[in-house]
Design a protein around this ligand. Sequence first.
Ligand code: MG
Length: 403
Amino acid sequence: MPKILVIEDEESVRENLLDLLAAEEFETIAAANGKIGLNLALSEAPDLILCDMMMPEMDGFGVLKALRQDPLTVTIPFIFLTAKSAKSDFRQGMDMGADDYLTKPFTRAELLSAIMNKLEKYANLKKYLSAQTGAQKLTPRMQLVERELQLAVKQKYFEGFEIYYQPIIDIKTNKIIGAESLIRWQNSELGPVSPAEFIPLAESNGLIIDIGHWVLTQVCEQINNWRKSGIYPLTFAVNLSAIEFNEPELINKIIHLLNFYNIEPGCLELELTERMIMQDVHTAIYTMNKLRSLGVKIAVDDFGTGYSALIYLKQFPINTLKIDRYFVQDVPNDYQKAAITTALIQMGHNLNLKLVAEGVETEAELAFLRQHNCDAMQGYLFSRPLPKLEFEKFLASNKSLPV
Ligand SMILES: [Mg+2]
């Protein structure tokens, strides 16, 4: 049964809530003040937290703030309980990352509906994350990777980490229009560690929040530097993880970075995967709309490999579809891939989206994409991902695609 933590200083309200939840067969734990509540949240890892807003010493805002800063508790659904219905408190709570808000006195039905709603979302997120990391038991190699990852991120300020940029080129104009930023990690003990190895680990232990923020900051700083050195405006894509995408602070972090580095929002494109969107479509659309309202672009990555109901696609406020490398590889000789790729391009264009083919490696693949009006491509045929200095040189070299 899901475990619910109730943090409430008024005994009668607390007992009432606990009875109600127990009657619905939830497992419950209770705290009479914010400090105890916070400790219980960390030690018990509840599935949901109900927390009073007004409490002596540490109030609900303080509890929420601390929870949202710890990777272990950052995604736990948090519902505020309060007697006040002031709009400003409501906004402050939601902006800090509360998931919902109940004004006392609330009915049993209101309480249960809020709880069920958030639990379902959280269960989906957890299922998604455990599918990403596979078996929970780590091999000795992965234990080592995890230890080094903790050390590099938490104590060594991302030593050994670097961002590479893979150029994206417009197939018609032959111009570089941007790049996808990709994280690389060279560890002194382990040598190069592939993102396919450390990213799922970082998602399971929460380090992904720090790593993702570091990547976004590096890329924004770099966009600013390149702009100052006169490189014409390019669009830089950053891959978001499911946890970052669901993190309440994401929007504020991005607003801060855009302002701090004085970046044209359209120069930043966030890549989401189909799976991330599909695990909770309605919330995802809400978040995507918020991001779009800032002016940043959104791409759906690895398109074609997830489980998108195509019916949703037209509701997604996105700019770009990236066709997964699976469909691109050997596409001229595989009539099934050819049929799917052609259909994807056409459908994307009908929805006013830009199509970018990933993993283009041969001239024959490029010729196929050109013939079917795919807008842009990335892949080894044009360039592998490059460290920033090499990317600058590459831009200066004016390399063009084979015709
Ligand atoms: Mg990507």
